[in-house]
Write a protein that binds this ligand. Structure first.
Ligand SMILES: *Cc1c(COP(=O)(O)O)cnc(C)c1O
Ligand code: SF4
Length: 337
């Protein structure tokens, strides 16, 4: 059992954590006690970083086991020579998000729910990211007026999902303004926040942010993103426990990733640890066929025994739904075996 720490973070610590984050694979390898010069593929890692730069907060890197080149946290954030390879079937926008945008920065695929791109950045760069090729330039947050007008005009939308980029990179005042602008639209009944920040930058969960969330005119549902129990430590314990006190539901989504969490024991440990920190498993996503991420890919036959093992060992309320996104479908696809 991980005991949450009690001391409060200074309001500004998260900005400093971002400024001092690790920004190259050489720096990351050194930080975790691996010798960059022993990595023959270094030029290829640098090539991969040109497309999608390295970004890892030091607090997250500190959870990597020093000296372990196969650490499940390291593999999520360290550039890989495989990213440069073109593989048939793996494309820049397999989910066709670009086609589903009624206004710049707004994506609507499902009835009643619309997703707003709130920022163009994240606090970490996950190498498997499905939005690593997202044309953020065309969805700049400065275009929010148009997206808000669209939300206002469409009374069928009951829930707005703040996504990103990571919405918790917004300053408190900007986030509060957004929650108020959206929450005051009469047909909007709830706001969902999709964020990896409580996991990778828990210092962001300040007293000020908790106040902002409390002031939302409509209930907030928060969906965090952790893939492995080792990502959850005393700092995330504190952040998640506090968030659980101010949001209606605190949920987690994970991605099933080859070499990182594709085992029954790893998945059970993740779900059990999320429970101790106040979060409930929501979705376990099958990886998408995104260019540059083929080395993480798993198919249904790989997932089946893992999910069976989870079903046997976990109470129903700690079992995430195993889903795959199929472009054009009316909802995420439930994999039922
Ligand atoms: C996944 C997703 C949602 C949310 O789906 P839920 O099943 O409600 O969690 C909404 N919009 C888009 C574009 C999505 O990709
Ligand atoms: S936090 Fe989410 S959107 Fe950002 S890089 Fe990671 S997976 Fe992608």
């Amino acid at each position: 059992m991980i005991t949450p720490i009690e001391t409060a973070w200074e309001p500004d610590l998260w900005h400093k954590e971002l400024r001092t984050a690790i920004r190259s694979s050489v720096e990351l390898l050194r930080f975790v006690g691996l010798d960059p010069s022993a990595t023959a593929a270094l030029p290829l890692l640098r090539q991969a970083e040109q497309d999608f730069p390295t970004l890892v907060p030091r607090g997250f890197a500190a959870r990597i086991t020093p000296g372990n080149a196969n650490d499940p946290l390291l593999l999520q954030v360290l550039a890989d020579a495989e990213e440069n390879r073109t593989v048939a079937g793996f494309t820049a926008d397999p989910l066709q998000e670009n086609a589903a945008a009624p206004a710049p920065g707004l994506i609507q695929k499902y009835q009643g729910r619309a997703l707003l791109i709130t920022t163009t950045g994240c606090a970490v760069h996950c190498r498997y990211c499905f939005r690593r090729h997202f044309p953020y330039a065309a969805h700049r947050p400065s275009l929010h007026a148009e997206a808000l007008a669209e939300l206002q005009a469409d009374a069928s939308i009951r829930e707005v999902i703040l996504s990103g980029g990571d919405p918790l990179l917004l300053e408190d005042t900007a986030l509060l303004t957004l929650l108020q602008q959206i929450g005051e639209i009469p047909h909007i009944k709830r706001i969902r926040v999709h964020t990896r920040i409580p996991i990778v930058l828990p210092q962001r969960i300040t007293a000020g942010l908790l106040d902002v969330l409390r002031q939302s005119p409509v209930p907030v549902v928060m969906v965090v993103h952790a893939n492995h129990a080792q990502e959850l430590d005393a700092h995330t314990g504190r952040a998640l426990t506090q968030l659980a006190g101010v949001v209606r539901f605190l949920l987690n989504q994970a991605v099933l990733l080859k070499g990182i969490n594709n085992s029954v024991t790893s998945q059970i440990a993740l779900c059990e640890t999320l429970f101790t920190q106040g979060a409930q498993p929501y979705y376990l996503h099958m990886p998408d066929q995104v260019a540059g991420t083929h080395h993480f890919y798993l198919d249904d036959a790989d997932a089946q025994p893992i999910y069976h093992g989870m079903q046997a060992a976990l109470p129903g309320y700690l079992l995430p739904k195993l889903v795959r996104e199929i472009p054009g479908d009316t909802a995420k696809n439930l994999l039922a075996f």
